[in-house]
Design a protein around this ligand. Sequence first.
Ligand code: UDP
Length: 237
Amino acid sequence: MEKREQLYSGKAKSVYTTDDADVMVLEFRDDTSAFDGKKVEQLDRKGMVNNKFNAFVMQKLEAAGIPTHFIKLLSDTESAVKRLEMIPIECVVRNVAAGSICRRYGVQEGMDLNPPTFEFFLKNDALGDPMVNEYHIDSFGWATADQVARAKELTFAANDVLKAMFDQAGMVLVDYKLEFGMYKGELVLGDEFSPDGCRIWDKETRKKLDKDRFRQGLGGVIEAYEEVGRRLGISFD
Ligand code: UDP
């Protein structure tokens, strides 16, 4: 497989075509952003850490029967993935209250959400990724009812796998965001799963080990990502 031209460059990843129309290369860069791109920095090793972290999680999910776009690692910072037609919706599951849900509903950070709650957001930085519901998605034609139902089912299925995985490694999976796309008529998990798109706390101390360290200027961002990875058994050497 041969990497060809850059198709798209997002806030933290770049996407390249290959000589196979069904396969793309994802390059994880060191760029880190928050607040819809308003805070941007380069964090050494981040591309490599997130690429390997994502590969590990995608393979776990695939093994649990959740279809993903991941094919294989190509280098420290690159992975081959299936080329999906992306749906412009973010699916968020929350096991514990943190971030925007606390601001929106005035709930205390750290409150257990039982059952976990689910939210859709529209992927649109200019609008600040507003929360949307299933009626909006249907009326505006962002996805079909079948795609929405399947995305919800797969996002909750991922919660069962990942909550247990983090718990066994002494961590709490607070919340996370997934994005899906279509591949040959099937809804498939795309984008990435890394500490950039989820919240992970130490189970005992509740120390934040995810991108909130960057958002809140707490420092030790990549050290925390690597710590999470090491506890899960990922090697970053
Ligand atoms: N998230 C993300 N990309 C976004 C918005 C949210 O990956 O554009 C993730 C975020 O890291 C967290 C979860 O989705 O794990 C819920 O985010 P929240 O709505 O609390 O927004 P935030 O407080 O991060 O702005």
